[in-house]
Design a protein around this ligand. Structure first.
Ligand SMILES: *[C@@H]1O[C@H](CO)[C@@H](O)[C@H](O)[C@H]1NC(C)=O
Ligand SMILES: *[C@@H]1O[C@H](CO)[C@@H](O)[C@H](O)[C@H]1NC(C)=O
Ligand SMILES: *[C@@H]1O[C@H](CO)[C@@H](O)[C@H](O)[C@H]1NC(C)=O
Length: 425
């Protein structure tokens, strides 16, 4: 069970054994059975060079008052074969929670932009400006190689009937942005949404793209087409996002975590949050190319509500070197480092960013003080110029530790004694 016994010496073991009756019910309670289900997104069709960036409402999802424990995904074909990134590049997927009026009959209508939806989106806990990066889960090319498990007894609480407004039900939508780079003249350029490879003049909102916009999602939105090698022909195919959700039934022993997403492009600090999501970097000065010092460092500092860090992971694109979140005193809250593939198969594609390392601090050991100014740093290799880069940090934060919940509960004072021992460790 969740390191209750692991770190303690002999006398405490005795102490706990003496109280084994209570302990056994305690341990049964805090390790509820993890359930798991695999779902398929609606089908989408991609031919060489084509792009999908679409929002699908009312996707299959576990229902009821539960705590989410993990979310993983991958792109598969019609018969379930995993598709490697060098064929279909998974730019990103993101899962949003929303409330839908029970009066609405037609709920399956898909859309190019989230703003099209007449839905009450339930945003995460922040911290970008309204409507930006408000998803519950989301990753990109690194999905297959990145752990999303939330350790016991923590979880993301959803489906609480008390929170869902009268006459509404809770639903989920997914945004899938995928780029088919089979036969592309410049695969990396297509995945970085370099505008001169796409036949676009207007963006997904119908606005004209100015010539100084070099690359990013405004140039590779739904139905755009990336440049192919002369004469390349390849079949269209039907694909899905296949996603695996793990959860436990809600009970009072599950400790809820809040979701924060920090964006390195956030203006932060003394202005309102203005997350731009993407940024470009210039190629480094040629003088430095020999010296192995071609590293672009981007930083932002901003305050975050307090709590205990339970999980952390960064999101970067290929050529990322790593990302670190620092506390106000300079301590490392979490550092997340990319791994790159060296083969051909799905999950290990050579040259692609196929995983991000994650942080699982021992609960209680990494605390953010309420309003503490954190600094996020995102490092990229800028030997070459890049467009449409991202530098996010996804954090799960518990406002209370399990022990503190017991202090506030009606349980016997025995638990308080155990708590005190915990807190000393
Ligand atoms: C659903 O329809 C009923 C009857 O028209 C109305 O009273 C109610 O407010 C509607 N509920 C929502 C959530 O729109
Ligand atoms: C350019 O994009 C449009 C969609 O905006 C698409 O219908 C058309 O086929 C594309 N043209 C080429 C040459 O790829
Ligand atoms: C950056 O990438 C180049 C190859 O494009 C490589 O030679 C160099 O070692 C990399 N630098 C760092 C700091 O990763």
């Amino acid at each position: 069970m969740w390191s209750l016994y692991g770190d303690f010496a002999f006398p405490l073991t005795i102490f706990l054994l003496l109280l084994s009756t209570q302990c056994s019910s305690y341990s049964a309670q805090i390790k509820p059975k993890i359930k798991s289900a695999v779902f398929l997104s609606p089908k989408f069709e991609l031919g060489p060079g084509s792009v999908i960036d679409r929002f699908y409402p009312d996707i299959d999802f576990p229902r009821g008052h539960i705590a989410l424990k993990s979310f993983n995904a991958e792109v598969v074909d019609d018969v379930g074969n995993p598709i490697p990134l060098h064929e279909t590049y998974l730019h990103h997927w993101a899962i949003y929670r929303y409330y839908q009026s029970k009066n609405v009959t037609e709920t399956k209508h898909e859309s190019k932009v989230l703003e099209d939806f007449d839905k009450v989106i339930v945003w995460n806990s922040g911290i970008c400006q309204e409507k930006i990066l408000g998803q519950y889960f989301g990753l990109g090319s690194e999905t297959r190689g990145t752990s999303t498990d939330i350790p016991d007894p923590f979880g993301i609480e959803i489906g609480n009937p008390i929170e869902i407004p009268e006459g509404f039900e809770e639903k989920w939508l997914v945004n899938i942005h995928a780029i088919d780079t089979r036969g592309a003249e410049d695969k990396l350029g297509c995945t970085e949404c370099k505008c001169d490879l796409y036949n676009v003049t207007i963006d997904q909102y119908g606005e004209v793209i100015r010539p100084d916009y070099k690359g990013g999602q405004r140039c590779c939105h739904d139905y755009t087409q990336c440049k192919l090698k002369d004469g390349f022909k390849g079949p269209k195919r039907n694909l899905h996002l296949r996603y695996t959700v793990k959860w436990v039934d809600w009970d009072d022993f599950v400790v809820p975590v809040k979701i924060y997403i920090i964006d390195v492009t956030d203006k932060g600090m003394n202005s309102d949050h203005r997350c731009k999501i993407e940024y470009n970097i210039e190629a480094c000065n040629t003088d430095h190319k020999e010296g192995n010092s071609c590293v672009d460092v981007k930083r932002t500092s901003l305050p975050l509500p307090g709590g205990y860090v339970i999980y952390g992971v960064a999101h970067q694109h290929s050529s990322g070197i790593g990302s670190t979140l620092y506390g106000q005193d300079g301590r490392v809250i979490c550092s997340s480092i990319p791994s790159y593939g060296n083969g051909n198969e799905a999950g290990n594609e050579v040259g692609y960013l196929v995983g991000m390392s994650t942080c699982y601090p021992k609960p209680g050991s990494v605390k953010i003080i309420d309003g503490e100014i954190l600094t996020l740093e995102s490092l990229y290799n800028n030997t070459k110029e890049h467009t449409g880069l991202m530098g996010f940090f996804y954090l799960l934060v518990a406002e209370q530790l399990p022990s503190q919940r017991f202090i506030h509960s009606t349980r016997s004072s025995f638990f308080m004694d155990v708590d005190n021992i915990f807190l000393d460790n």
